[in-house]
Design a protein around this ligand. Structure first.
Ligand code: HEC
Length: 143
């Protein structure tokens, strides 16, 4: 009987019920950790003037992972244990603008590092950091 009930429930559930919000949230947090890792690595390199040869790797990887970022906020993934705020889905145009600023800043940082002009790298990483904070201030809860 239980089996039949489950089968019926599965048949009548709308497709959205199949979406696994927990997995979407876990993936988003994993991608953000990658983003955070490259950011930390780059600021550590620049502050300590160590492993300068690795800077391009992190800058290029940051640019690459920024291209995944617009896809890690699917509809329905605001429900559950997540620090992502509902405003992401309530104001999609503003959220997209914040995302675009980050994607552009990540490309700008990769270009700056490729230019090997340290005068460009400082402002570029500052702009990148501002783009993280800009989005987190409006769209991420602190806990
Ligand atoms: C367009 C919005 C946006 C941008 C830009 C953004 N983030 Fe995030 N970030 C979020 C949101 C929303 C969360 C919360 C995700 C969740 O809990 O589901 C988050 C979570 C994180 C986390 C925590 C991951 C975890 O759960 O352990 C780190 C670290 C992080 N971001 C780093 C960064 C860094 C560094 C940048 C910039 C280089 C950045 N983020 C840019 C929206 C953004």
């Amino acid at each position: 009987m239980r089996k039949i009930m489950l089968l019926m429930a599965a048949l009548i559930s709308p497709p959205l019920a199949w979406a696994d919000a927990d997995a979407d949230i876990a993936y988003r947090e994993a991608v953000m950790k990658v983003v955070g890792g490259h950011m930390k690595a780059m600021s550590t390199i620049l502050k300590g003037q160590v492993h300068m040869a690795d800077l391009a790797y992190h800058a290029n990887s940051m640019r690459d992972v920024s291209l995944l970022a617009p896809q890690i906020f699917p509809a329905g993934s605001g429900e559950g244990k997540t620090a992502a705020l509902a405003a992401i889905w309530d104001e999609p145009a503003e959220f997209k603008a914040a995302m675009d600023r980050y994607v552009n800043a990540a490309a700008g940082m990769a270009d700056a590092v490729a230019s090997q002009d340290m005068g460009q790298v400082g402002p570029a990483i500052q702009a990148l950091g501002k783009s993280c904070k800009g989005c987190h201030d409006d769209y991420k809860s602190d806990d």
